[in-house]
Design a protein around this ligand. Structure first.
Ligand code: CU
Length: 156
């Protein structure tokens, strides 16, 4: 008898809790679905040099957050020097910063923008990861892992 009562009480409590939390859950889900996406980076990978000792190149896509932002540096603990470059018809030139529009996507991809990794640690072989630190003008710093692929690999 006592067991039956406990079960009924527990069921009543569960119903009360569900009624109390359901509206809050709905609101939270709505907030997640409609809110602007934060500034983010995905698809990061590094193409290793064909000749050891030559620079490697890092590629990724930046996704703008609710406000415009400006990428000012991409660093790595595994390279002595890193530089943002843009490929041109006659070679490549360094770029000081990259504007990222709110909600927009800015790709760094083969034949376009890239980050040169100069004097990359020789221990980075295909399949290993390279940590990249993205620094934005407002002080935001994002850390991302990039997979290293061989010079002749198709990439990501
Ligand atoms: Cu370059």
């Amino acid at each position: 008898m006592r067991k039956v009562l406990d079960t009924a009480a527990a069921r009543r409590m569960a119903a009360l809790l569900a009624a109390a939390f359901a509206p809050a859950m709905t609101l939270m889900l709505a907030a997640c679905g409609s809110g602007p996406e934060p500034l983010s980076i995905d698809g990061a990978w590094v193409r290793l040099p064909a000749v050891p000792g030559r620079p490697a190149a890092a590629y990724f896509t930046i996704h703008g957050g609710p406000a415009p932002s400006t990428l000012i540096a991409v660093g790595s603990d595994t390279a002595i020097v890193t530089e943002m470059h843009e490929s041109m018809a006659d070679g490549m030139r360094p770029i000081a910063e990259v504007k990222v529009p709110a909600g927009g996507s800015v790709p760094f991809s083969p034949g376009g923008r890239h980050v040169m990794l100069i004097d990359l640690n020789r221990g980075i072989v295909p399949g290993r990861t390279v940590e990249l630190t993205f620094t934005f003008a407002d002080g935001t710093r994002l850390l991302r892992r990039a997979k290293a692929v061989a010079a002749n690999a198709a990439g990501q």
